[in-house]
Ligand binder design. Structure first.
Ligand code: AMP
Length: 112
């Protein structure tokens, strides 16, 4: 069965696309927690970050370099937060790895 994000990748479900390449997509989060809230999602349906292994080294590097590409393009390169929820206890709801990119407001620490 496809994950929610696979359905978005396959255009079975609509989403606002910000970016796409061979390995990943970026979409606007449907329930934004900041004025800018983007989800960067690998096309490979890895359940969570802790499921990654050495085979995913290049993909993970690609994802983090793509964060930089997107934040540059949106001119938010100076202030943004990236977040990965790993597992239910950490707030993960969709079990297909994704990086949250948030910007447009002040962020606090600890995140809670
Ligand atoms: P997480 O809690 O880290 O698994 O994050 C899942 C994120 O997916 C949440 O921020 C949701 O608001 C977001 N989300 C859920 N459904 C959709 C959708 N159809 N399109 C865009 N974002 C979604």
């Amino acid at each position: 069965m496809k994950t929610l994000f696979e359905k978005i990748i396959d255009r079975d479900i609509p989403a606002e696309f910000i970016y796409e390449d061979d390995l990943c997509i970026a979409i606007n989060d449907i329930n934004p927690q900041a004025p800018i809230h983007i989800l960067l999602i690998p096309k490979k349906p890895i359940k969570m970050l802790s499921d990654c292994n050495d085979d995913d080294k290049d993909l993970l590097a690609h994802l983090f370099l793509t964060v930089g590409k997107i934040t540059k393009k949106l001119d938010i390169n100076n202030t943004f937060r990236v977040n990965i929820n790993n597992g239910e206890g950490a707030g993960q709801e969709v079990f297909h790895l994704h990086i949250h990119i948030l910007s447009g407001r002040r962020f606090h620490w600890p995140p809670g």
